[in-house]
Ligand binder design. Sequence first.
Ligand code: TYM
Length: 355
Amino acid sequence: MSDITPRVFSGVQPTGNLHLGNYLGAIRKFVALQESHDCIYCVVDLHSITAQLVHEDLPGQTRSITAAFLAAGIDPKRHIVFNQSRVSAHAELAWIFNCVARIGWMNRMTQFKDKAGKDRENASLGLLAYPSLMAADILAYRATHVPVGDDQKQHLELTRDIAAKFNNDFAQKIAEAGLSTPIPMGEGQTVEGYFPMTEPLIEGPATRVMSLKDGSKKMSKSDPSDLSRINLTDDADAIARKVKKAKTDPDALPSEVAGLAGRPEADNLVGIFAALAERSKAEVLTDFGGRAFSEFKPALADLAVQVLSPITGEMRRLLDDPGHIDAVLKDGGERAGAIAAKTMADVKQIVGFLG
Ligand code: TYM
C-alpha cells in the first residue's frame, strides 16, 4: 500500500510581469488553501524555456515571482516554495510521461496551437511536451488538488489522462511492487493504481480575467500592449490610468448579471471588481446598476490600488534582499526534493529501472 495524502500543487512561469489575472485566478487561491491543505508552490523555470530559450534575466524573474508569492501571504515555512529546476525529479518523471503520453494528445492542446502559431514545425520539442512536464510537476508529489485559472483546464485533463494510462499500463507492476492504492475516480468509484486523479480547482468570478483593451482576449503577460493588463508592480497612478483607458461600451451598468450578456468588457470589469471585493457580480451590480462607467471606473481603480499596493510594496522590500529569497528557494527545494525522491524511487521500481 502507498497511501495518497491530500496535497495542493501549483506553478507560475517566471516570464514577464505578473498581472491581476495571475493574482485573482491563481495566487490568491494559493494563499487561501494554506489553511486547509499542505501546499507546494513552484516557480516553473523549466517551463519558461519552452517558448523562449534565452531570457534577459531569468534569475531576476524567478526571484520576482517568489517575492510575489511571499508578499501575497504564502508562508514558506509551513508550506513549500521553490523553483522547479532545483528538483531533478520533474525532468526525470517528465521523460517517463513523454513515453506514456501520445503525440496526438499533445497536438490537441490549444495552448500549444496558440503558442506555436502557424509555424508548428519550428516550435521547440519542449513546447510540444510542455503538458507532460506539467503532469510531472503535479504527480511527482502525487498532488490531489491544483488551483489554476481556466486556461490550464485542458492541461489538467491531460494530467489525469497520463495518470490513468500509467496506472492502467503498469497495473500489474504496481501491484507486484506492493504500491497499489485505491484511487478515487469520482461518484464514489475507485480503481487500484499509483497516481491520483488530480482535481483542478477553478472557481470564483476571476478564473479568466480578460484584457482591458479587448474583452474577447485573456489578460496575458505576453500581450504587447501594457495597457491591456494591470501588473502587480504597477503603482497607483499606472493602475488609475489603465482602468480609465480600459475599453467599455457607451451604456450604463445593468442592475442584474443577465444584463452583462453580450457586453464582454463590462462583464470583465464587473468580474474584476467582484473578485477584488470578494463579493459576487450580482452584489456589485446592486451597488452600481444604472451608473455610468465614469463613476464605476474610479471606484474600481481605488479598490485595485487598495488590494494590490500592500503586495507591491512588500514585493519591493523582499526584492531588496535577494539572499533571503534564494534561501527560501533552497530550503523549499530540499523539502520538495525529499518528497519527490520517494515518488521517483517508486516509479523506477514500477517501470523496472535498476538502482
Ligand atoms: P502561467 O504562469 O501562465 O500562469 C500562472 C497562473 O495564473 C493563471 N492565469 C490566469 N487566471 C485568470 N485570468 C487570467 N487572465 C490568467 N492568466 C493566467 C493561470 O491559469 C495559472 O494558474 N502552465 C502553467 C504553469 C504550470 C503549472 C504546473 C500550473 C507549470 N506546471 C503545475 C499548475 C500545476 C502556466 O503557464 O501558468
